[in-house]
Design a binder for this molecule. Structure first.
Ligand SMILES: Nc1nc2c(ncn2[C@@H]2O[C@H](COP(=O)(O)OP(=O)(O)OP(=O)(O)O)[C@@H](O)[C@H]2O)c(=O)[nH]1
Ligand SMILES: [Mg+2]
Length: 441
């Protein structure tokens, strides 16, 4: 019998019909497996204007599903936050003078202590106190120049107003030294001349002294507070207040950033990053795109095979202008972007999730910065958070020409506890939608 079976088997091997059926079965099985894998693989695309909070949402996903941040990243954020904190306080001093806000620290007769603190701060060169290569090398330095150099600000102003503006407000030799910056731009970030300067500067003004100066000015100068309350009129880091409140930590050479610091820190995204997680048995790929105008031309490269788009809107920025072009209101820019994406052919079948983000800042600023000043058709009461959020939500929903649902969440992306709930709900929704689309549900 064994012999017969064996003969029958070798007979099958010769049968061209059976051979072709086996080959077909194999292709079919492999297609099935591929399909099954695709159903289990989800691609979530984070989009929105610059600084809206996309990377912060991604950081929360990493905390939830990837065990958080590595040591290198913690060191990087310590460096970046230090540089941003020092420059942010300088910006407040400079802008107060431009806006005609009297500063206590400008008056040595009445406030000698703050006057000295200010002089010390204005002498500080943050790049001399950090390791630029650990902060991100040439990418960090390029970004730093773009954000803080006088030339770069003048360029943006010229673009916005159509004419060059004399840079007012600088005193005490507080010019940005572009030569020093370009020295720092050497590829490896270990420039010997810069290192020498760093050593000399550290001897003259220590990080601790700079941190004390920032802390004192923040706590005791009424003009600095007034200027901060008007920071929608110029460009200031979203988390500047947090940096000032915690500045003494960052001056400590052995300090390692906490999760909260990293969530508050800002490193502009360049290009598109891809991060993979497993949520249950589903493989999630999250694509985080840089949102500033110059970054958007890269977006199209990742528009294919997207399971869901998560559009992040900084709802608090209704009274702020774009960093890239100070003629354009940030909310108007987001409305335009959302309209284009939602109604584009690329996403005609893709679910959209909308995060009304930075609700904490929104709540805090509503009374001092009435929505109607920027959106004259707003009918709600001044300071009414719910009415304000509903108003902006309805503008975004009204752009939907496709009739498909848009899932809206009000978020504070820096708050881990609340984001845990939101992101779990979003992941469940996307998984369900994906199963429905693939005919499993
Ligand atoms: N207070 C507060 N700050 C937030 C919130 N979301 C983000 N931020 C801060 O806003 C800044 C910018 O956030 P990012 O996540 O880097 O913004 P982005 O959209 O990735 O910006 P690009 O990479 O330029 O497109 C960071 O300093 C964040 O800590 C929020 O809900 N509340
Ligand atoms: Mg980003």
């Amino acid at each position: 019998m064994g012999c017969t079976a064996s003969t029958a088997f070798s007979g099958d091997e010769q049968d061209p019909f059976l051979q072709s059926k086996r080959a077909n079965d194999m292709v079919e099985r492999s297609l099935q497996m591929q399909k099954h894998k695709e159903k289990k693989e989800i691609k979530l695309l984070l989009l929105g204007a610059g600084e809206s909070g996309k990377s912060t949402v991604l950081k929360q996903l990493r905390l939830l599903h990837q065990g958080g941040f590595g040591n290198q990243e913690r060191v990087q954020y310590t460096q970046v936050i230090w540089a941003d904190a020092v420059q942010s306080m300088k910006i407040l001093i400079i802008q107060a003078r431009k806006l005609g806000i009297p500063l206590d620290c400008d008056n040595p007769e009445t406030n000698r202590h703050l006057f000295e603190q200010k002089r010390l701060l204005l002498r500080a060169r943050p790049l001399e106190h950090i390791d630029a290569s650990l902060a991100g090398g040439s990418g960090f330095l390029n970004d730093y120049v773009l954000k803080y150099s006088e030339t770069s600000e003048n360029k943006r102003r010229t673009k916005s107003t159509g004419r060059a503006q004399a840079f007012q407000g600088l005193e005490d030799g507080d010019t940005f030294n572009l030569q020093e910056l370009s020295e720092g731009l050497s590829e490896d970030g270990t420039n010997p001349a810069l290192a020498q300067k760093q050593a000399a500067a550290t001897r003259s003004v220590s990080s601790q002294q700079i941190a004390d100066a920032i802390s004192e000015l923040w706590k005791h100068d009424r003009g600095i507070r007034q200027c901060f309350a008007r920071s929608n009129e110029f460009q200031l880091e979203s988390s500047a207040e947090y940096y000032f409140e915690h500045i003494r930590n960052f001056a400590n050479p052995g300090y390692v950033c906490s999760d909260e610091d990293i969530l508050k820190g800002r490193i502009k995204t360049t290009g598109i990053t891809e991060t993979a997680f497993n949520i249950g048995s589903t493989n999630f790929k999250v694509l985080d795109a840089g949102g500033q105008r110059s970054e958007r031309r890269k977006w199209i490269h990742c528009f294919q095979d997207i399971t869901a788009v998560l559009f992040v809107l900084a709802v608090s920025e209704y009274d702020q202008m774009l960093f890239e072009d100070e003629r354009v209101n940030r909310m108007h820019e987001s409305i335009m972007l959302f309209n284009t994406l939602l109604n584009s052919k690329w996403f005609s079948n893709t679910p959209f999730i909308l995060f009304l983000n930075k609700t904490d800042i929104f709540k805090e600023k509503l009374t001092r910065s009435p929505i109607r000043q920027y959106f004259p058709d707003y009918q709600g009461r001044v300071g009414d958070v719910d009415a304000g959020l509903k108003y902006f939500e309805s503008i975004f929903l009204s752009l939907n020409k496709t009739g498909r649902p848009i899932y809206v969440h009000r978020t504070c992306a820096t708050d881990t506890q609340s984001m845990r709930f939101v992101l779990t709900a979003v992941a469940d929704l996307i998984i369900q939608q994906n199963l429905k689309k693939s005919g499993i549900l």
